[in-house]
Design a protein around this ligand. Structure first.
Ligand code: GAR
Length: 223
């Protein structure tokens, strides 16, 4: 049976677009896209692809807990096998994260465990890093701290600004995230004993590294 996927967004949804474009229909189906902002452009991308959308505005709930409970009720009515955070800019409560333990993925714009939190590109530049990148991980209670699945390094080049670096990191995100989604949807990727496992074997401590993603998509399906 196809993996039922729900994607949560807050903004542009360029990662959502990559997920839509690269989902292997033999294994999965995006059954719903949820945004906490009514003006998120990603909602239009979903609608264009014929995917059902819903808006849950966090501002109308009295607390973070109340919002997350409402989301859980809404999401569970779609029986999701996999929840994908794609630029969903809300901190989730432990109750939410634990409810979806092992079926909740996030993408973060850094080579975790470096640069958790915000402004990752500028912080990597300020630190004089030679490389930066993006990471897909399972979500746990620790912010940006769950078991790593896969990451793509992106070289920092002379003259890079936060904006130029962010643009290149996003290009790699658009390859990385569909890969992780398809691994999960096809049953190859699972969280076992709090470790991300691919084909039953734990990936390394920083996850699988996909090199040269900007220029080379070969190997995506058989890494
Ligand atoms: C992505 O670059 C993603 O890495 C980042 O938000 C952006 C969303 O872009 N996520 C975080 O910073 C989460 N901490 P998109 O809406 O175009 O996919």
């Amino acid at each position: 049976m196809a993996c039922r996927i729900v994607v949560l967004i807050s903004g542009s949804g360029s990662n959502l677009q990559a997920l839509i474009d690269h989902l292997d229909p033999a294994h999965g189906q995006i059954v719903l896209v949820v945004s906490n902002r009514a003006d998120a452009y990603g909602l239009q991308r979903a609608a264009k692809a014929g995917i059902e959308t819903q808006v849950l505005d966090h501002n109308i709930y009295a607390s973070r807990e109340a919002f997350d409970q409402a989301m859980m009720a809404r999401l569970d009515s779609y029986s999701p096998d996999l929840l994908i955070l794609a630029g969903f800019m809300r901190i989730l409560t432990p109750a939410f994260v634990n409810h979806y333990h092992g079926r909740l993925l996030n993408i973060h714009p850094s080579l975790l465990p470096k640069y958790k939190g915000l402004n990752t590109h500028q912080r990597a530049l300020n630190a004089g890093e030679a490389e930066h990148g993006a990471t897909v991980h399972f979500v746990t209670e620790e912010l940006d701290g769950g078991p790593l699945i896969v990451q793509a390094p992106v070289p920092i080049v002379s003259g890079d600004t936060s904006a130029t670096l962010a643009a290149r990191v996003q290009q790699s995100e658009h390859l990385l995230y569909p890969q992780a989604m398809n691994w999960f949807a096809s049953g190859r990727l699972r969280l076992i004993d709090n470790r991300a496992c691919l084909d039953g074997k734990p990936v390394g401590p920083v996850g699988t590294r996909l090199e040269n993603m900007e220029t080379d998509m070969r190997g995506m399906t058989d890494v």
